[in-house]
Design a protein. Structure first.
Ligand code: SF4
Lengths: 339, 622
């Protein structure tokens, strides 16, 4: 890559000519805007970036990016991304998905893309509902949720996306919120700079079918008291007055008030680079109203990527056997000649 | 052959045109290995051959049980042959279960060689014999040779540091040695193979070599066999040959296609019988730039292949019928985004899990129509194991040239059956390379080549061609999302026409026999050998019977209708309930008659001959 093929890009360079068609007020607009804003930071030329999506409202995002884009089929975006990245390690691959797409119909693929450490950034828009099909319960809907398909309330217990990602061995796991644009940018940047399987959950408001579902803890006036912003190397402090924290009692997290019995020194210190995912898993289990909802990077560790391991085997085979000779291959084994 | 003279009378040598041997035993008895070794030796000797393995689906069925029986049939000849033989001339039965499951196929008078040691009370009971068939006279119609193979073999291995169980595992080599003697084959290739295979285990190597030689010597020195047999070399066309199974030839054809196209091949697959060997084999070709990926499921496999194709590689997935069922939605996506993709289906008996190790041709309609919407794809089907090589390349030629998914239909018989393959010279293989699109001025994601209607392959990484594709209907040219009714109608027609146009670019349907006549037998896939042999017999009797075999199933060759119309009757044998017949009748309004058998076995020549005779006499009576 020469310097002249790498002009400094801006947000505008990543905006496609397609009209954006989400419902007015949908959280997706904000995610799209932050995504477009962060792209120039990676220094990757536009043609080397690919957005791959599945089905659902989130699936439209690639049409709005002025990069390469592939809107695939329900739940299968991670498989297409896996094949693309394995075939083309030079590309930067993003997967855009939703809670139904990633954790219901495509659950198997998400798990395997993560455990293989496929070098993709998977952004999961979690609105806890099926939007595109007009309002049915999703795998992240809370138990008892009344929807068109569950008039008496769903009897299915919800899945916790971050816990799934962690147990699937994702090397980068984070959460952000559509309404906090600065935090989302920060999170997308961290995901973009990570090498390996990145799983980012964005809590996204569906104004039409599940409006304000996250508002009890994301609303401006309460969010500092009800959310926990994770910072690497820092103790888990939260609250408008920075007067609350999380400490561990054995393996049990507890909310404590600072200043009386407990001080900052007693709190759990966040280490996103810990090789052992146990603490990250404990954080992933914190849910409102018992706990503040954690956002930020839960885990960020280095491991060989899927494509790099494949390339290493290719190189090893080539070094051991030399470039393949088709003529010789066809004549391998027992041959005989008829004259 | 030994040249030393002895006082004993030499056995007579009888010359035969063709011999068919079936090795049968417990799956733990190494029958597949025995069969393969006999095949290699016989192929290298220069006979024409055809083989048919028959193994149980269970990996380790209980020893000695009926489901545990594994068989391998080889037919070899001094003439050109097309099938592994309708019935064996010789049956080698290593235990009572093998005898019981295979005896019905051995015609009266056929040679029956049994390992007498295996006919113990316990084994007889497992095979469901109340009486020992060796002594109750029930085998009097056959030419029975009772040989205490286990005992003789153990004696030959005396003194080696091995357990009796290990010793027993080598008895198949004793049987093999005996068959080598009986049919005048050299032991050399197998001895070499043993040496290489067990180079790190000298005792095992020694044991197998001794077993083989002991079996050979037993034939030579005992007087049980009064005759041994000679089958002269076949006069095959000049060239260099090797023996290949269909799966091997498929894998080789795929690597060749990648080389001919000058692109990286990316195989994504999920293990399934009987297709897994293609994945196994291609995974050893990394030095040819072939990448392989074992996916988490069938859907992920085709997804990854589509992803690789999107990135400019030759995306490929291999499976069998149940896997195709899972891949159908993704195949529809490949139709919509018009990317090159090859889907290999090594068919097996269905429906559902069916009979995984048994042959059937019952996925044709699934591949032809098994997708939502009007979603045509090209379909090719090789007719013989060796032809799998050519059609793997042909599948890729079509996929690349027309930017379309192509289904390649093999089956369990082709996959595991083998025949001599005249190895082509690389220089004679077709070039199938296509260029990716790079020109940004003229680029439209769905502009089309006027001749092929293929859209440009504009892969990520190409500057200035950033664009979006997907499963939603595309606006003509721009590829943007479109719900316009006229546009959908036009795009559906274009997708249809693109596949139909392939007919301009494939060879005419060839006819073997008279160009007009009383009967045409039309087949596809692995029924080729049986049909051809039946037609040869009928022609030799003076019947106006011809054989045509379709290798392109979608679209059909342009002259197909013309060929069908030139015969009074059309007979279509298929290992299904009439899937190609349905397509042929619908397309050409021809009253083709079906011959349909789904027993998990290939056709015997006689079955096709009989059906043909029936139609010929019916015709004569009219
Ligand atoms: S249905 Fe909900 S998620 Fe979908 S676009 Fe509308 S507001 Fe957004």
């Amino acid at each position: 890559m020469t310097a002249e093929t790498l002009p400094v890009l801006t947000r505008k360079d990543f905006v496609s000519d397609q009209e954006v068609r989400w419902c007015p007020g949908c959280g997706d607009y904000s995610i799209l805007a932050q995504t477009q804003k962060t792209m120039p930071d990676f220094g990757v030329p536009r043609e080397k970036i690919v957005f791959i999506s599945g089905i659902g409202c989130s699936g439209r995002l690639p049409y709005y990016m002025a990069t390469y884009g592939f809107h695939t089929i329900h739940g299968r975006a991670p498989t297409i991304a896996t094949g693309l990245k394995a075939a083309r390690p030079d590309l930067m691959v993003w997967v855009i998905t939703g809670d139904g797409d990633a954790l219901s119909i495509g659950g198997n693929h998400v798990i395997h893309a993560m455990r293989r450490n496929v070098d993709i950034r998977l952004i999961m828009f979690n609105n806890q509902i099926y939007g595109l099909t007009k309002g049915q319960a999703s795998p992240t809907s809370e138990i008892g949720k009344k929807t068109k398909s569950t008039p008496q309330g769903t009897v299915d217990r919800p899945i916790v996306p971050l816990s799934v990602a962690l147990t699937a061995e994702a090397t980068f796991v984070a959460r952000s919120v559509d309404t906090d644009t600065a935090h989302m940018q920060e999170t997308l940047l961290a995901a973009g700079h990570h090498r390996g399987s990145a799983f980012v959950e964005v809590l996204q408001n569906c104004v039409i079918f599940n409006d304000d579902t996250f508002a009890p803890f994301t609303a401006k006036d309460v969010r500092e008291d009800r959310m926990l912003v994770l910072r690497h190397g820092e103790p888990l402090v939260f609250g408008k007055e920075r007067d609350k924290g999380i400490r561990l009692d054995g393996l049990r997290p507890v909310v404590v008030e600072l200043g009386k019995e407990w001080s900052v020194a007693d709190l759990l210190v966040h280490d996103e680079t810990a090789a052992d995912p146990t603490l990250a898993y404990i954080l992933s289990r914190l849910t409102y109203p018992d706990f503040p909802v954690p956002v930020g990077v839960l885990r960020r560790v280095q491991a060989p990527t899927h494509d790099a391991l494949i390339e290493a085997q290719m190189a090893e085979a080539l070094a051991k056997r030399g470039p393949g000779d088709l003529g010789k291959l066809l004549l391998a084994g027992e041959t005989w000649t008829v004259s | 052959m030994t040249t030393q003279s002895t006082a004993e009378p030499r056995p007579q040598v009888q010359e035969l045109d063709r011999v068919t041997i079936r090795f049968a035993g417990d799956s733990g008895d190494g029958m597949q290995l025995t069969g393969t070794q006999f095949t290699r030796t016989t192929a290298a000797f220069g006979n024409d051959i055809a083989t048919l393995p028959d193994f149980p689906a269970e990996i380790r069925a209980p020893a000695g049980s009926l489901p545990g029986v594994s068989g391998f049939q080889i037919s070899f000849s001094s003439n050109d042959i097309h099938t592994p033989g309708d019935a064996p001339d010789v049956l080698v039965a290593m235990n009572p279960a093998a005898l019981r499951t295979n005896l019905a196929d051995l015609p009266p008078g056929g040679a029956l060689i049994v390992n007498a040691d295996a006919f113990t009370a316990n084994n007889l009971q497992k095979a469901g014999y109340a009486e020992n068939p060796l002594s109750d006279g029930s085998l009097k119609d056959w030419n029975l040779f009772e040989i205490p193979i286990s005992t003789l073999n153990a004696r030959a291995l005396d003194g080696l540091a091995m357990t009796s169980k290990q010793v027993d595992l080598t008895k198949n080599f004793f049987a093999l040695g005996l068959m080598f003697w009986l049919y005048e084959r050299s032991m050399e290739p197998t001895l070499r193979w043993i040496e290489e295979k067990f180079s790190s285990k000298p005792v095992i190597a020694e044991a197998n070599a001794r077993a083989l030689k002991a079996g050979y010597a037993f034939g030579e020195t005992t007087e049980i066999f009064h005759t041994h047999y000679r089958v002269k070399r076949a006069s095959l066309p000049p060239g260099t040959y090797r023996n290949v199974t269909g799966n091997e030839a498929t894998a080789l054809g795929l690597v060749a296609a990648a080389q001919l196209a000058g692109r990286q091949m990316f195989l994504a697959s999920y293990p399934i019988t009987p297709a897994s060997d293609i994945l196994h084999q291609l995974s050893t070709y990394k030095h040819f730039g072939v990448k392989t990926f074992q996916a988490e499921d069938e859907i992920a496999a085709i997804g990854a292949a589509i992803g690789a194709a999107y990135g400019g590689s030759m995306g490929l997935t291999s499976t069998s019928g149940p896997g195709i069922a899972l891949k159908t939605e993704a195949m529809g996506l490949a139709v919509m985004v018009e990317l090159p993709l090859v889907v290999i289906d090594v068919q097996r008996a269905g429906p559902s899990t069916g009979m995984p190790t048994k042959v059937e041709q019952s996925d044709l309609l699934q591949l032809m129509h098994g997708r939502n919407g009007d979603a045509p794809i090209a379909i090719v089907a090789p007719a013989t194991p060796a032809e799998c090589f050519d059609y793997a390349i042909e599948a890729w030629r079509i996929a690349l040239r027309y930017m379309t998914p192509v289904a390649y239909l093999s089956d369990g018989f082709l996959a595991t059956g083998s025949e001599p393959w005249k190895v082509p010279s690389v220089a004679d293989l077709p070039s199938i390379a296509v260029e990716g699109w790079t020109d940004r001025e003229t680029f439209r994601p769905y502009r089309r080549d006027p001749e092929t209607l293929a859209r440009p392959w504009a892969v990520p990484g190409t500057p200035g061609l950033e664009h979006r594709i997907g499963g939603l209907e595309k606006a003509d040219l721009s590829g943007n999302i479109s719900y316009d009714p006229e546009n959908h109608h036009r795009m559906t027609q274009l997708r249809h026409q693109k596949i139909a146009n392939i007919a301009n670019d494939i060879p005419d349907l060839q006819v073997y026999g008279p160009s007009r006549g009383d009967l045409l037998i039309l087949g596809w896939g692995s029924t080729y050998g049986a049909i051809r042999s039946a037609v040869e017999r009928l022609q030799a009797e003076g019947h106006a019977v011809a054989h045509a075999h379709l290798r392109h199933l979608n679209p059909f060759p342009r002259n197909t209708g013309e060929v069908l119309g030139a015969y009074r009757r059309v007979l279509m044998p298929e290992v299904n309930m009439g899937q190609l017949r349905l397509l042929i009748r619908a397309r050409y309004l021809v009253d083709a008659v079906g011959l349909n058998k789904v027993r998990g076995k290939p056709y015997r020549i006689a079955e096709i001959e009989e059906a043909a005779r029936l139609l010929l006499t019916e015709g004569a009576a009219q």
